[in-house]
Design a protein around this ligand. Sequence first.
Ligand SMILES: *[C@@H]1O[C@H](CO)[C@@H](O)[C@H](O)[C@H]1NC(C)=O
Ligand SMILES: *[C@@H]1O[C@H](CO)[C@@H](O)[C@H](O)[C@H]1NC(C)=O
Ligand SMILES: *[C@@H]1O[C@H](CO)[C@@H](O)[C@H](O)[C@H]1NC(C)=O
Ligand SMILES: *[C@@H]1O[C@H](CO)[C@@H](O)[C@H](O)[C@H]1NC(C)=O
Ligand SMILES: *[C@@H]1O[C@H](CO)[C@@H](O)[C@H](O)[C@H]1NC(C)=O
Length: 643
Amino acid sequence: APPPPPPRPTCGWPYTSLLSGRCGLRGRLRGGLASTSLPIASSSGRAGRDWVDFGLAEPHTVLFHEPGSSSVWVGGRGKVYLFNFPEGKNASMRTVSPDPSDCENYITLLEKQGDGLLICGTNARRPSCWSLVNGTVESLGEKRGYAPFSPDENSLVLFDGDEVYSTIRKQEYNGKIPRFRRIQGEIELYTSDTVMQNPQFIKATIVHQDQAYDDKIYYFFREDNPDKNPEAPLNVSRVAQLCRGDQGGESSLSVSKWNTFLKAMLVCSDVTTNKNFNRLQDVFLLPDPNGQWRDTRVYGVFSNPWNYSAVCVYSLGDIDRVFRTSSLKGYHMSLPNPRPGKCLPDRQPIPTETFQVADSHPEVAQRVEPMGPLKTPLFHSKYHYQKVVVHRMQASSGETFHVLYLTTDRGTIHKVVESGERERSLVFNIMEIQPFHHPAAIQAMSLDAERRKLYVSSQWEVSQVPLDLCEVYGGGCHGCLMARDPYCGWDQGRCVSIYSSQASMLQSIHPAEPHKECPNPKPDKAPLQKVSLAQNSRYYLSCPMESRHATYSWRHQENVEQTCEPGHQSPNCILFIENLTARQYGHYHCEAQEGSYFHEAQHWELLPEDGATAEHLLGHARALAASLWLCILPTLALGLLVH
Ligand SMILES: *[C@@H]1O[C@H](CO)[C@@H](O)[C@H](O)[C@H]1NC(C)=O
Ligand SMILES: *[C@@H]1O[C@H](CO)[C@@H](O)[C@H](O)[C@H]1NC(C)=O
Ligand SMILES: *[C@@H]1O[C@H](CO)[C@@H](O)[C@H](O)[C@H]1NC(C)=O
Ligand SMILES: *[C@@H]1O[C@H](CO)[C@@H](O)[C@H](O)[C@H]1NC(C)=O
Ligand SMILES: *[C@@H]1O[C@H](CO)[C@@H](O)[C@H](O)[C@H]1NC(C)=O
């Protein structure tokens, strides 16, 4: 008896739900599609295993990786794990328990300290630290501000030499008012309780400016919108500034407060489509390669109330200029001298009048807008991105690209390429990576730009992801080049990493005439696949759009039945057949065209059901296997690319 036909996929059908379907299927390597499940990729392309299980669930993880090393520290519940990822070998794990007696010690901070590691955790609501030197743990006792009271609490700790800053709460317990405070170093300064409303802290950084007295602390946060107009969003995204050399004020009110606090609104909206993204999710700072602090790129991931996302890029120079030049919101008199927010040299105290104006009007009127002539997002997308890291890299031609790695709420990573040098920046999504052995939400992510690895943790495992995953691109030379992955090129018959290959490799990331250098200019025709179908059945044919730059069309005899342009919402070009008629049987070709380059991607023959044989069932199974991609691949579509 022939085997029973495989079950229909339970999602992606009926096709009206295609783009919103969620089915938890995991990507698998198939036919050069730009989607990869990492453990599979590593087992095919690498000698060792690139992931390790904790062996139990770790509901909160924090990750510390020192660039250049092959190991990564992970803080969990009552434990610190050390993972090692040696080249070509299986990854390994060791653990250290700072205080084995206490399970309610969630490690929330790992930081290098001299030759050792500083470990801080909640320690049953008595935030404490330990130092780990040469394999020996030493208790540093209770350290308020180095860790929150509970692992869910929103907190940040920032180190700069001997100085430590923290988003510590006002009272030890039941503390409702978060503050940004210097907890070690010079005078312990904190923010006034009125300058932020219910802040959620995202990221803090120190920026060393041209003059040491001008060094700034910037921190990014969301807060409740003071504008209670029903049309206005509930939350606004902010950047705040402080002078690192702030000495506090002279009056009893200002003596232990920051005297240089100012905040500005971070705008991420697309004026042409009137789409606003108000909720800042994550920030990544990409320093300028020439060391110009003003040219540091600040990547912000935002979302809107429907959980769509946008990425906006700001420059530190613009942020600095807004704070230096803007008037204060709601303050209509002339500004005192020195103006609020100005850092003074020689440890001069800020005059009380300047403090009072800034303290009562902490927001500047000007808003911080994205870089570029249009001041619009780099792109927006219907996926809910949470974290971002950015790698600046050079393709074999020497051209610079910024490659964004964005975590989705489905536990995958999207790799998005931003061409850095052209006037009109070009953005394209090239790959979705499922980094884990057991699919799960991504809790932490760290980039090693030097070794070109990404480290990610879930509650189950830690995984190392190479940035140059080239073996996943099938389709020979054309498939390799059509992927437009700046890390990959064609060399000696294989799609290889630019870091492992000679200068002779073929790469084309902006081709006007793509891939004409490929040794085989016209790839073979797609293999014929057959499927038997009853009349009046409902069916669809799906053609993966391997290139985001080609136009794909489905042709039946001489008629083009469906065309999918680049930028198509779904990463598959799908031809729906609502009700199969006699004249709709026959051959269907999916053809990709890009400039003068032409390629047949799929070839199907739809046969009447009466001729059904085992071969047809096989064909049917293949059709269904292809259709499973419908569930996964919509995650690849970036939606509208703005530029
Ligand atoms: C990695 O571990 C697997 C079993 O878990 C083993 O089969 C394989 O040989 C190991 N590979 C290396 C390079 O040690
Ligand atoms: C670390 O331990 C090794 C041997 O276990 C010892 O030789 C070395 O001196 C120690 N280093 C420090 C800084 O204690
Ligand atoms: C956003 O605003 C609402 C309403 O004011 C508030 O409940 C919520 O905590 C705010 N969220 C953030 C992250 O600021
Ligand atoms: C957006 O995502 C958050 C969690 O990330 C979830 O709680 C919320 O329900 C989502 N909102 C919508 C409209 O899907
Ligand atoms: C398909 O077409 C036939 C006749 O043309 C009709 O009887 C049948 O109801 C249609 N089926 C569907 C699902 O629309």
